[in-house]
Structures are given as C-alpha cells and as structure tokens.
Design a protein around this ligand. Structure first.
Ligand code: DAH
Length: 349
C-alpha cells in the first residue's frame, strides 16, 4: 500500500495533482488520517505496532510529497526560463553612421592648413547687417559692386520691425567678418573665416544661390603683398603638392588696394599636365576699411588702433576647389542631397 502511494506521488504530473494526492491521503478525511483515527479501536498490543507503522508511513509520504513538489517547481521554472529567454547574441538592426558633407570636409582641410600656420578660425552671422556686408567694406550705396552681389534682403516678420532697426540681408561674401573681427580685436592677428554666402542669381552648372567661401585676414605692422603671396603659396602647396605655384592678376575689389585675383598652378599627377586654376580674390586691406573699423570702435568706446596698420585679405570659393579636385561637373550636385552622390565622399573611419 505505502509503495503504491509513494509511486503515485513520484509520478504526480503537476503541483495541482500532487496537492490532490496529499489531500486524499493526509487531509482531514484522508486515507491515512482515517487509519490513524481508527487506531483507538485496536487492541492495545496491535495499536502500538500499527501506530508506529502508520506514523512512519506518514513521514515517508510527507517527505516524498515535499521532494516531488521541489522537482515540479524546478521543472516549472526551467520551462519558464526557456520560454522567456532572450537571445542577446542576435545581431542588431543596422544603424548607418553619418558622414561629413564633402564641402565640410574640404572646408575643414582648408581651415586646418591655415591653423597650422597660426591662423585662428572665426565665424560670423549668415544674416548680416548691410553696414558690415557693404558700407564698412568701402562699398557705399549705389556703388556698382552692390549690383554684382545680387542680394537677398530680409524683411522682419510683422510686429518685429522694432527689433531689427537696421536692414538685414543674407551675406553675399565672408568679407564682413573682417570688419566684425577688427572692431573687437587688437592687432597683430591672423584669422580665417569659413562659411555660407548667398547670391540672388539664376543657377546653372557653375552658379548656385548658396555657396561657401573661406575668408582670410592678417593685420599687423609692415605686412606686404609678398606676405600674402607666401600665405597663398603655402596653402597651394598643402592642397596640391610642392609643384604648386601662385599667380596674381591685377583686379578690383573696393575693400583692398591693390587688389588681385589669384590662380594656382596645378599639375595633374596622372597626366603630368598642368593648368592655372582661378581660386579667389585678395589684396592689401584698403585704408578706408581701417578707417571704418576705427570709427566703429570709437562708437563702441574702444581705442582706434587701425589707422596706419597694414594687412592683407583673401577670399576663395570652396565649391570650386572641391569641383576641380573631384571632377564634379555641376555645382548643384552638392546641394541636391542625393546619397548616391554624397556617399562617394565617405571618409574612412
Ligand atoms: N569678397 C569677395 C567676393 O566674394 C572675394 C574677396 C576678394 C575677398 C578680395 C577678399 C579680397 O578678402 O581681398 O567676391
């Protein structure tokens, strides 16, 4: 009898089934409980012997139930762990890394070249005041140079006119940063200023309404045109190698005198053939610009420091350098945001 019960307990398929067996055997009206209660009806000698036997059986059943319950609980836990398992070794969803725009890369390279020569990189606002973009750069109203810079004018939103008492425009070049920097800094210094510029022009393969320039400005005592040429030659060699040369052609910009357009001699390493690349404008800072800066400084309560100073400035087009380097035939490709184009310029990481 006991062996059958023990076998039944060991085979109980679930905790519920095991509990049912326990109640049936050891519950208030359980089979073994009934027998224990029936002990009193036995003669005294048989009662002792049977009592010992039944109590032993009860302990054996209780131990078996406890051990089977432990097994069943462990099995249930193992099943739950298996069912709820997370495979953390599954590969994740691909998350493509971003990349600097090709023009940002070229601008960064240019800024780096000048930083290694001791220049500081500074920034100016894209929404600029007419004064900094034109007047202070010796381009007074009605000056023909203003026509050459077809300008996007900004109109304050209705109700905000008082916040913007002076006319704002999208800067047509990075040269206004020259005036901004000089109005708050003491010479001597060397700066470059990269950034976006805007022209209200029809677009074609070589013209965009938005493009990038790098402006340079060096001010100190006895700065000469030779210093300008040396700086641009160093840049050209860093960009195109030791064979690079720089040529100046006389030109006119209101804020420099003399003014030049500069071109760089570039030899194609594959064909060995060379050509002159026109990269930008440059010159010696015009005395009128220094005068306007000093006037502005005095308005701000700062000492005028620029009368009699010397300096050179240059400005170059970044798209042009990138187009020549990567044989991009159409400037508009830079701003169409087509990944098939942009992904050609992914940097190795
Ligand atoms: N700001 C001129 C432009 O956008 C370029 C330029 C010419 C910049 C001569 C200069 C300079 O600093 O000296 O066309």
């Amino acid at each position: 009898m006991l062996e059958d019960w023990l076998a039944e307990i060991r085979a109980a398929p679930s905790l519920e089934a095991l509990e049912a067996i326990r109640v049936r055997l050891l519950g208030k009206k359980g089979e073994l409980t009934q027998r224990l209660k029936g002990l009193g009806k036995l003669p005294p000698e048989a009662r002792r012997e049977e009592g010992r036997r039944l109590n032993e059986a009860k302990r054996a059943l209780e131990a078996a139930i406890e051990s089977r319950a432990g097994e069943l609980k462990e099995e249930a836990l193992a099943r739950r762990l298996a069912a709820e398992a997370q495979d953390v070794t599954l590969p994740g969803l691909p998350f493509p890394a971003g990349n600097l725009h090709v023009l940002t890369q070229v601008l960064g390279e240019l800024v780096g070249i000048f930083e290694r020569m001791g220049y500081r990189a500074v920034l100016g606002p894209e929404a600029e005041e007419e004064f900094y973009n034109f007047d202070a750069l010796n381009i007074p109203p009605h000056h023909p140079a203003r026509d050459m810079h077809d300008t996007f004018w900004l109109k304050p939103a209705e109700g905000f006119e008082a916040r913007f008492p002076r006319p704002l425009l999208l800067r047509t070049h990075t040269s206004p940063i020259q005036v901004r920097y000089m109005s708050t800094h003491t010479p001597p210094f060397k700066i470059v200023a990269p950034g976006k510029v805007f022209r209200h022009e029809a677009t074609d393969a070589t013209h965009e309404a938005m493009f990038h320039q790098l402006e340079g400005l060096v001010v100190g005592e006895r700065i000469t045109l030779a210093d300008l040429k040396g700086a641009l030659l160093a840049m050209a060699r860093a960009l195109y190698g030791p064979q690079a040369r720089v040529n100046f052609r006389p030109s006119y910009f209101p804020f420099v005198e003399p003014g030049v357009e500069f071109e760089v001699w570039w030899e194609n390493p594959r064909t060995g053939r060379g050509q002159w690349l026109e990269l930008g404008g440059a010159g010696m800072v015009h005395p009128e610009v220094f005068r306007a800066v000093d006037e502005l400084r005095e308005e701000k309560g700062l000492a005028p420091l620029y009368r009699g100073m010397t300096g050179f400035a240059f400005g170059l087009g970044v798209e042009r350098i990138a187009m020549l380097r990567y044989q991009v035939p159409d400037i508009r490709a830079f701003f169409q945001n087509r990944l098939a184009f942009l992904n050609q310029f992914r940097e190795e990481v």
